[in-house]
Design a binder for this molecule. Structure first.
Ligand code: NAI
Ligand code: BAL
Length: 502
């Protein structure tokens, strides 16, 4: 099987034709040695949407060979930065043209509201492609003085080579863009492995790779199980780099596989248990809105989800009341509903994981003041849940839940808030709300996180680096270019004669 399927989206009346094969050398093809398929489920209805080919280890070999050939012939150092920029801009234009269709497909497979998929995930992806398109012809090395008369050195920032890119299901199009855009801008070629839970939009985007005019083999897409295709990419001897977004457990496996194979470069953007602090001087209404965005956006399936909230004791009860009223207003429903503020979580596995944490929280003595109960009927819907009086050693305060579950605790002093916030193995994001500028500066300095939001939360920009400390990685901004280039130093002699013997 590798034939396209036509999907009818009942809610909008749209028919979308989606490729179901592996995308290698600009063609959709069957697996060379496997009949395995991946079933794609609509998380709002639990219905099967369609099945796609599940790539095998050998398919990864074929895709890597295609990427290597393109790297050595039509791409890599054989294409100008200007041409890479032109193609990336063209791809951005095509995604913008197809934004509504792509958004509906994303909603069908992932569950998120169509308007959020279109205006935020896809809007940001278009910007991301254009941002890195702007860099493609500006990737320059340095000219370095060695002595004044006979020698100089210069550096070249060469593309790193063939990149395996392993992405998750929470932002299928957006994570695709975060990975593909800097890689192509730098001249790398790509073997993309989308999540087995949400492969459809990566396959649809592959059609646009052809239409934009990228040469065969520059971008290849192999839907596959993580333990098959993801593991094969991580341990492949001819892959120069793996870029990954996903769980910490899998990130560790990828790093191990890289160490045991060819010591490929690895970048990991992992999970979080990000703290969000509200001080007594804050604008409480605004702080509640940003807290909502922090934990409820994308139904909490966000690596920077502000899942631990620390509220100063003097405003604790008042703030919880505001929060409960605000959270009740969010409409969690099928993403095709125009009013949807959040959709279902992505899968039965994620749904079960979230509820096992909710049950665990109750058993450990945390009090749910909102949500925490299953809904009857179909769909993996989880209502906003607020646990108060959460103790630091409870599992809901320590583990990444990846759902709309907020763990709230009280503090009295700034020092206590900082200590509580930093008491985690993660260091991805953190937020604080205060109207005392000195306090904002002190606390943002003290928080151990790669991204700190002050009087806001969760907003990102393509030109600002994103990522973390401790067990979390980094992407975006001009910093990402370093992750896709390899610096070569050339020493040039234009006058020194070497005497012999030494
Ligand atoms: N940082 C983030 O944005 C994300 C964090 N997560 C966290 O991970 C939890 C589990 O979700 P999963 O989908 O199981 O995450 P995961 O980390 O297993 O999956 C992410 C990607 O890694 C691939 N993968 C899985 N095993 C692999 C292996 N051995 N080698 C190479 N690639 C492999 C998957 O196929 C997928 O493409 C979530 O509940 C959440 O806590 C999940 C997705 C995104
Ligand atoms: N929110 C940015 C990326 C992520 O959640 O994986």
């Amino acid at each position: 099987m590798a034939q396209p399927v036509t999907i009818n989206i009942a809610a909008t009346g749209r028919k979308i034709t989606v490729p179901t094969g592996l995308f290698i050398n600009n063609e959709f093809v069957p697996s060379i040695d496997s009949q395995d398929t991946i079933q794609c489920i609509n998380p709002a209805t639990e219905e099967v949407i369609c099945s796609v080919v599940a790539g095998s280890e050998k398919d990864i070999d074929v895709a890597v060979a295609a990427a290597r050939k393109a790297y050595k012939t039509t791409w890599g150092k054989n294409v100008t930065g200007w041409e890479r920029s032109r193609l990336l801009n063209k791809l951005a234009d095509l995604i913008e043209r197809d934004a509504q269709e792509l958004a509906e497909l994303e909603t069908l497979n992932n569950g998120k509201p169509v308007k959020i998929a279109r205006d935020f995930d896809i809007g940001d992806s278009v910007q991301c492609l254009r941002y890195y398109a702007g860099f493609a012809d500006k990737i320059v090395g340095q000219s370095i003085e060695v002595d004044n008369k006979t020698k100089m050195a210069f550096t070249r920032h060469d593309p790193i080579g063939v990149c395996g890119q392993i992405i998750p299901w929470n932002y299928p199009i957006n994570m695709w863009s975060w990975k593909v855009a800097p890689a192509l801008a730098c001249g790398c070629t790509v073997v993309m492995k989308p999540s087995e839970i949400t492969p459809l939009t990566a396959l649809k985007l592959s059609e646009l790779i052809i239409e934009a005019g990228f040469p065969p083999g520059v971008v290849n897409t192999v839907p596959s199980l993580g333990s098959v295709g993801g593991a094969a990419l991580s341990s492949h001897m001819d892959v120069d780099k793996v870029a990954f977004t996903g769980s910490t457990v899998t990130g560790r496996r990828i790093m191990e596989a890289a160490a045991k194979s060819n010591l490929k470069k690895v970048t990991l953007e992992l999970g979080g248990k990000s703290p969000h602090i509200v001080f007594e001087s804050a604008d409480l209404d605004q702080a509640a809105n940003w807290t909502g965005l922090g934990i409820l956006y994308n139904t909490g399936q966000d690596c920077t989800a502000g899942s631990r909230l620390f509220v100063q004791d003097t405003i604790y009860d008042k703030f919880i009341n505001i929060l409960v009223e605000k959270f009740k207003q969010l409409k969690v429903t099928n993403g095709f509903d125009e009013e949807a503020g959040a959709g279902p979580v992505v899968s039965k596995m994620q749904y079960d994981k979230i509820f096992s944490y909710i049950e665990g929280g109750k058993q450990q003595g945390a009090k749910a003041v909102l949500g925490g109960e299953k809904r009857p009927g179909k769909g993996y819907f989880v209502d906003p849940t607020i646990f108060v009086d959460v103790k630091p050693d409870m599992k809901i305060a320590r583990d990444e839940i990846f759902g709309p579950v907020l763990a709230v605790a009280k503090f009295s002093t700034e020092e206590e808030a900082i200590a509580l916030a930093n008491d985690t193995s993660y260091g991805l994001g953190a937020g604080l709300h205060s109207n005392d500028a000195s306090q904002c500066m002190r606390v943002s300095q003290a928080l151990e996180a790669g991204t700190v939001w002050v009087n806001q939360y969760n907003l990102l920009n393509n030109n600002v680096p994103f990522g973390g400390k401790k067990q979390s990685g980094r992407e975006l901004g001009s910093y990402a270019l370093e992750e896709y280039t390899s610096v070569k130093a050339v020493h040039w002699n234009y006058g020194e004669k070497l005497d012999w013997p030494l």
